[in-house]
Write a protein that binds this ligand. Structure first.
Ligand code: GDP
Length: 365
């Protein structure tokens, strides 16, 4: 499964946030095959559509989909030079598909800051530099190898070498690979290198517990907003401390507390939804009397592969998919009604599943 890794300097609130994530953890009964790794949190993806579908269908159970978040504690200045456990942490970042970069925006004199004061721009720069330097190392090693292959007349090596010689100076100037313009073909080639700075980033601005209702007024948050906008990266503002408190509550108590804070949704729910988008994931639904359930696929997945998320046999024996969009189904009121209105579409093997599709798969066993 795809996973996003939590990174950031020491004392910015990563563990607090990660604890909130694991505390809010998905109903483990739904994921019996998940390996238990203390650094991986599996959380339900909040989705109002699921509740609405459940109201229509009245199933025996409702099962949300989930997203994985990995804790990558301990990235420090000098990591790219292998200082301390630096290299190991960078290796962990290499394994994730997207980065959740926690930035300290709360002031608290009792909690020391690695560089002496709260300074989001400098913090972000520090982390970026480590990632960029690690990539520079990767790219230069690769270029050395390619240079040799190129000499023996390997045309593919030549193409890749030329591509990397465009990337190398950008990295040397401190620019992330993600922010350089590449065409689709180049991007595919670069993906093979698993560069750290090619991974999508979501900034998580961690604010003080008394600021949640007017987060935008925090000047550190404004700085992160500006950086995120420049990089066309997403950002969410949360108070890790508050989220840890919310995560301990359930049901009505939880909703009441969120309301008292002046929020519409917990910060964690916003964070999870943003992480899901960051990973390029979308949701389709199955809606039967037994079970209404959300399923996760990557954007661009075709019907048979989408079916394989439910069961591999579904892909092998795929005949067709009966599809109705979520909005249309809600408007129709039931699948039967949708069918009568002619809103139920029969789709074949080449159909690209859309977010919110409600699907019944027909297949041979
Ligand atoms: P990490 O080193 O990035 O994992 O940071 P921690 O989650 O361990 O947090 C460092 C310290 O900051 C802990 O004492 C937390 O309780 C505290 N902390 C985290 N978030 C907040 C916050 O929103 N407000 C305040 N005042 N303290 C916080």
């Amino acid at each position: 499964a795809l996973t996003a890794g939590v990174v950031g300097l020491p004392n910015v609130g990563k563990s607090t946030l990660f604890n909130a994530i694991t505390q809010a953890g998905a109903e483990s009964a739904n994921y019996p095959f998940c390996t238990i790794d203390p650094n991986v949190g599996v959380v339900d993806v909040p989705d109002k559509r699921l509740q609405k579908l459940a109201e229509l269908v009245q199933p025996q159970r409702v099962i949300p989909t989930s997203v994985q978040i990995t804790d990558i504690a301990g990235l420090v200045k000098g990591a790219s030079k292998g200082e301390g456990l630096g290299n190991q942490f960078l290796a962990h970042i290499r394994e994730v598909d997207a980065i959740l970069h926690v930035v300290r925006c709360f002031e608290d004199d009792n909690i020391s800051h690695v560089s002496g004061k709260v300074d989001p721009a400098a913090d972000i720069e520090t982390i970026h530099l480590e990632l960029v330097l690690a990539d520079l190392d990767t790219v230069e090693r690769r270029m050395d190898r390619l240079a040799r292959q190129k000499k023996s007349g390997d045309p593919q090596a030549k193409i890749e070498y030329e591509l990397l010689s465009r990337l190398q100076p950008e990295l040397a100037e401190g620019r992330m690979a993600r922010l350089v313009e590449w065409n689709e073909e180049e991007l595919q080639l670069l993906k093979g290198l698993n560069l750290l700075t090619l991974k999508p980033i979501l900034y998580v601005a961690n604010i003080g517990e008394d600021e949640v209702a007017q987060a935008d007024q925090n000047q550190h948050v404004q700085i992160v907003q500006k950086i995120a906008a420049q990089e066309e990266a997403e950002m969410v503002t949360v108070s890790a401390q508050v989220e840890a408190e919310i995560a301990e509550l359930e049901g009505e108590e939880k909703e009441l507390f969120i309301e008292e804070l002046g929020l519409q949704q917990s910060g964690l729910d916003r964070l999870i939804a943003a992480t899901y988008r960051l990973l390029g994931l979308i949701t389709y639904f199955t809606a039967g009397e037994k079970e209404v359930r959300a399923w996760t696929i990557r954007k661009g997945t075709k019907a048979p592969q989408a079916a394989s998320v439910i069961h591999t046999d579904f892909e092998r024996g795929f005949i067709r998919a009966e599809v109705v969009g979520y909005q249309a189904l809600v408007e129709a009121g039931s699948i039967t009604e949708a069918r009568e209105k002619g809103w139920l579409r029969l789709e074949g093997k080449e159909y690209v599943v859309a977010d919110g599709d409600v699907i019944t798969f027909r297949f041979n066993v």
